[in-house]
Unconditional design. Structure first.
Length: 703
């Protein structure tokens, strides 16, 4: 056909696809019958980049799964990228197929990262060629951290999106399991090489890479009377997480962002690493305090540093100033900028303490909560900057390993009650196969000459009385030892955003185990003349009633995207968000869409409640406390008999038709209540139903 005819046909097809998708799908399905050769003989490589017909999308998805098994990562990434970032009409209204493509794309990203990093710590194609700990850290930050970032993202996508209703579910799960094995083989190879290097050159790095010198080398140099400094000490904040945070903070005007790495002290546990972040070293050496075979604290002069306030005290004595506030991360994001400004007015240094990553990992909720914590760190930075802080340091006590929960390699060593999952402290100087032993003296530790650290040589865990879990730390892998030092400095104070926005939220029907809301962000007011307007805003979801419910973002549609635990939302365009809720008990939660840490955005609420999946050991990401009972949901119901009926159902489990008539005030009120029952049921925090037992109608709370 002539080129103008082809162009006109394409334009018409695109117009129908964009504005009448149902008509497009119906017409395309009818037309497939005319493409017998393409449908029966065409390969994925023969088909176009745009899935004009339904069979094309399915053919290419099947080919992508086959290519995953053949390690053709680049081809899979190309196919997945075109469909996840594109606007395929076959994925637009089928979140299951879109979820499958997201998982395929995440799998390809991990495969590409593994190929780029190489199987060993030395340069690709070489084995154990490094000669210094500094070179090993450079290799990990340049090549290895990207693998761990891709691995974490894949595990997060797997937890959020992999469910039996997905197309090609069994094949997809098989390939994801295989990638877990590929990552483990890679991580074991790098861990073995790193331990061999440490044996040759020593386990304690040069001063510039030591965790114990970080405060004096980095933080003290930022302290001044003209600009306040905040140090974020974040438990289990891995290097690749800091790199992800760095990307969200880069590109701001008059802002300098620098990410470097150091090596955590051994063993990589909070009792040593977190206390070493305070200025506790004397003459370059640490003095651990042992009790019951464990390090309880580090000695700093005349006192012991063991708790957050001890670290704050040591830092305050080193930098001076009238005050040195210690603020938990949850407290920072719970305040507004004005309240924070008053609380830090006399301080030169502000210490922000966060344990959310470590607590979520230990409780088995890591992959569901990691992005939420990243979002809260960004929000805290925003609030503190608005409160007048212009210099920031983000660092950690140690990292972690994210292992396959179904395929652990376990090593037996000594009494199980004495052994931790990734390390053992012992006074017996004996070497065993597949282990690495390091005397305290080789780590620059004083006062404890008889003690040794023993760690597995690979990413294996020691056999303990408890379950191994998939979140572990304490060993000598690069994932655990390489800690970030992210420094952010702002040359000028933050300005005020004169543009105000409102968020509208509407509940939509969920699919494939995911809840759904439609969201639209619109400008509502302008306090002064604004010459530019943002094209998108960072938004987040949180559960507001009851407490202790975790929100896991799964997917977006119609112009929004998920980055680092936040939703990059377009302005003046409705989009959809798919999410899951998890908690420690049966509940139905209300959610809120808000701008984390940002002023000028009016949060959006939806009165409809969403079911919470029960997960053991869930703790609130903000407070670390168990969910508390609340009756605030009653205020969403009409006052009087309706509230009384649902409260009685909540407390006693059921209400008979006769009792309901009495509570509501008559038969007419009961009929009106029955007509609006589903509407009321969407507002309460538990499932309920209408049932007939022995000829009597009952309103029953589902257990």
């Amino acid at each position: 056909l002539p080129a103008p005819v082809i162009g006109a046909c394409r334009a018409l097809a695109r117009h129908v696809c964009d504005h009448r998708p149902d008509l497009y799908r119906c017409t395309a399905d009818e037309t497939e019958g005319s493409l017998q050769i393409e449908r029966t003989q065409g390969t994925a490589e023969d088909l176009g980049k745009v899935d004009t017909f339904r069979f094309e999308e399915d053919r290419i998805l099947s080919a992508a799964l086959r290519c995953l098994g053949e390690a053709r990562w680049g081809q899979v990434a190309e196919w997945a990228g075109a469909r996840v970032a594109g606007d395929s009409v076959w994925l637009r209204d089928d979140p299951g197929r879109r979820a499958a493509w997201q998982l395929v794309g995440a799998a390809a990203s991990l495969g590409l990262a593994l190929t780029t990093a190489g199987p060993r710590l030395g340069e690709p194609g070489q084995t154990a060629s490094l000669t210094s700990l500094e070179a090993a850290v450079e290799a990990y930050t340049a090549r290895g951290a990207a693998v761990d970032l891709a691995h974490r993202r894949l595990e997060q996508r797997r937890a959020a999106l992999l469910f039996p209703q997905l197309p090609h579910y069994e094949a997809l799960r098989t390939h994801l399991d295989a990638l877990r094995g590929l990552w483990r083989t890679w991580a074991d190879g790098w861990a073995t090489d790193f331990n061999a290097l440490c044996r040759r050159v020593g386990f304690l790095p040069d001063i510039a890479l030591q965790q114990r010198t970080l405060f004096d080398d980095v933080v003290r140099g930022l302290i001044s009377d003209e600009a306040r400094t905040a140090i974020f000490v974040i438990d289990a904040f891995r290097y690749e997480m800091a790199d992800e945070l760095r990307a969200t903070l880069s590109g701001l005007s008059a802002t300098h962002v620098q990410l470097r790495a150091r090596l955590a002290e051994l063993p990589t546990v909070t009792e040593i690493g977190m206390n070493a972040l305070a200025p506790t070293a004397q003459g370059g050496r640490l003095r651990p305090v042992m009790r019951d075979g464990r390090v309880q604290a580090l000695r700093a002069g005349e006192f012991q540093v063991a708790r957050p306030d001890d670290r704050r005290r040591a830092m305050h004595e080193r930098v001076g100033g009238a005050t040195c506030p210690l603020l938990p991360l949850s407290e920072v994001i719970a305040r507004d900028a004005d309240a924070l400004r008053r609380s830090i007015a006399q301080a030169r240094l502000v210490v922000v303490h966060s344990t959310e990553i470590d607590e979520a990992g230990e409780n088995g909720m890591g992959v569901a909560v990691f992005d939420l914590v990243m979002q809260r760190l960004h929000a805290a930075w925003t609030l503190l900057r608005e409160a007048g802080v212009r210099r920031f340091v983000f660092t950690a006590d140690h990292g972690f390993l994210l292992l396959d929960p179904t395929a652990h390699t376990v090593q037996c060593r000594g009494r199980k009650v004495d052994t931790k999952r990734r390390h053992l402290l012992t006074t017996i100087a004996a070497d065993h196969a597949d282990e690495v032993r390091v005397p305290f003296s080789a780590l620059g530790y004083e006062d404890q000459p008889d003690w040794h650290v023993v760690v597995p040589e690979t990413t294996a865990v020691f056999d303990t009385n408890g379950g191994p879990g998939n979140f572990v730390h304490g060993g000598n892998s690069l994932q655990e030892r390489v800690i970030p030092v992210l420094v952010v400095t702002h040359r000028i104070a933050v300005g005020s955003d004169v543009q105000r926005y409102a968020v509208r939220v509407e509940a939509r029907t969920g699919v494939a185990g995911m809840h759904c809301v439609a969201v639209c962000v619109s400008p509502v007011a302008q306090e002064a003349l604004a010459f530019s307007r943002a094209s998108e805003l960072a938004l987040a979801l949180r559960a507001v009633d009851p407490d202790g419910v975790a929100v896991e973002l799964c997917d977006t549609r119609n112009g929004a995207r998920i980055e680092g635990g936040t939703i990059r939302a377009p302005i003046d365009r409705e989009f959809e968000v798919f999410f899951k809720l998890s908690g420690s008990g049966e509940a139905r939660a209300r959610i809120e869409v808000h701008a984390p840490g940002g002023s000028g955005v009016q949060a959006g609420h939806v009165e409809t409640r969403f079911a919470v999946s029960v997960t053991t050991s869930v703790r609130s990401p903000a407070t670390g406390t168990a969910p508390a009972a609340s009756r605030a949901w009653l205020e969403q119901l009409p006052a009087g008999g309706v509230r009384a009926l649902f409260e009685h159902m909540h407390d006693h489990g059921r209400v008979s038709e006769g009792d309901a008539m009495t509570l509501l005030g008559g038969a007419g009120a009961l009929r009106r209540f029955s007509l609006k029952f589903e509407e009321y049921a969407a507002l309460i925090p538990f499932e309920c139903r209408i049932d007939s037992v022995g000829g009597t109608k009952w309103y029953i709370r589902c257990q």
